[in-house]
Design a protein around this ligand. Structure first.
Ligand SMILES: Cc1cc2nc3c(=O)[nH]c(=O)nc-3n(C[C@H](O)[C@H](O)[C@H](O)COP(=O)(O)O)c2cc1C
Length: 361
């Protein structure tokens, strides 16, 4: 019996060798948005570890869209050259396909990284004015964002497109737009953060309008043979917030625009959220989106064990599984999962002899 977790998956012209994804992980280690040797190591270790797809951390399309001063960006020629070096390195030595997550942090920008407390930057820490659908702060003590006017919306959309063009030049196989975790595009979806009274607020059709415009603009320049998907928080986990039923409606709209997969996460829009944390807690949300729309889904969140991941894919609850913390703990997770499940994984030539099948007596 072949392992469903290690079955290849075709997305347009891209064939992923298996269903395992290294989830995006912010590193807060860039300089003026540019990647450096840390990223060679961070992404390089995953690229050789045989997950089918390795995603970059949230890569911001504008300086004001960065979460912190040290976040990764793709808004300048310097950023592009620095990321090109990292991705060339991953291609030369790794075996995984490579995806980029494009993002804008909206009202959650201008903050400290989680390891430094995650709070908004203070007045003497070079903060900047944040942008959002409405002038409503993320929580007590957070910056009050300015509401994006029409020109600002066009600028953000165009910068997503520019970053996608840069991603194409760098040679990424796939793009994921970040429409989750309370960042800008998610802020448009949720009635908690979007209280506009123009055509971008109010009804669900209006709240979806800007994220759909950004998606369509990126799809228009991203080659037809390359997959484009989105990460969505399927629910805000708070009364009066974005719901999974709305996510299903959104998924159908995205599907009609040529979206190839929905990466299903949840929450992070409002600090009052109550997330029922448990192993695989987003899997039922991914399953609902998949079963009601037919779109391919990726599940993420406390998926840590090979047999757990295998059951999610084998049971048709999601088509792909993404791991973040489990991958940092074990960058060779996919090799070890293959061993446990009796499947084959890819090894870079220099490491081929480390597979125990090659040396165990
Ligand atoms: C260090 C770290 C950085 C993260 N950065 C991002 C990010 O850049 N973009 C994103 O969508 N999610 C980010 N996440 C969330 C993960 O991608 C993932 O959804 C979450 O950690 C749950 O998966 P896990 O239980 O396998 O860690 C981050 C998580 C961690 C631990």
């Amino acid at each position: 019996m072949t392992s469903p977790l290690f079955a290849p998956l075709e997305l347009r012209g891209l064939t992923l060798p298996n269903r395992i994804v290294v989830s995006p992980m912010c590193q807060y280690n860039s300089e003026h948005g540019s990647a450096n040797d840390w990223h060679l190591m961070h992404l390089g270790q995953f690229a050789m570890g045989a997950a089918g797809l390795v995603m970059t951390e949230a890569t911001h399309v504008l300086p004001v869209g960065r979460i912190t001063h040290r976040c990764l960006g793709l808004y300048s020629d310097d950023n592009e050259a620095a990321l090109q070096r990292v991705i060339d390195f991953c291609r030369r030595y790794g075996v995984a396909k490579l995806g980029i997550q494009l993002a804008h942090a909206g009202r959650k920008a201008s903050a400290h990284p989680p390891a430094a407390g995650g709070k908004p930057l203070a007045a003497d820490e070079n903060p900047w004015t944040t942008e959002a659908p409405s002038p409503i702060p993320f929580g007590p003590g957070w910056h009050t964002p300015v509401a994006l006017a029409r020109a600002g919306l066009s600028e953000v959309r165009d910068q997503f497109v520019n970053a996608a063009r840069r991603s194409l030049r760098i040679g990424f196989d796939l793009i994921e737009l970040h429409i989750g975790h309370g960042y800008l595009l998610h802020e448009f979806l949720s009635p908690i953060s979007n209280q506009r009274d123009d055509e971008y607020g109010g009804s669900i059709a209006n709240r979806m309008r800007f994220p759909l415009e950004v998606f369509a603009a990126v799809r228009a320049i991203w080659p037809a043979e390359r997959p484009l998907g989105v990460r969505v928080s399927a629910t805000d986990w708070i009364e009066g917030g974005w719901t999974v039923e709305e996510t299903v409606v959104f998924a159908r709209e995205l599907q009609a625009l040529g979206c190839d997969f929905i990466d299903v996460t949840s929450g992070q829009l409002d600090p009052r959220q109550k997330i029922p944390l448990a192993p695989g807690y987003n899997v039922p949300l991914a399953h609902k989106v998949k079963s009601e729309t037919g779109i391919l889904t990726m599940a993420v969140g406390l998926i840590t064990k090979p047999r757990q991941a295998e059951a999610i894919v084998a049971g048709g609850q999601a088509d792909l599984v993404a791991l973040a913390r489990g991958m940092m703990d074990d960058p060779r997770w996919a090799w070890h999962a293959a061993r446990e499940l009796g499947a084959q994984a890819l090894y870079p030539a220099n490491y081929a002899r480390c597979s125990p099948a090659q040396w165990q007596p």
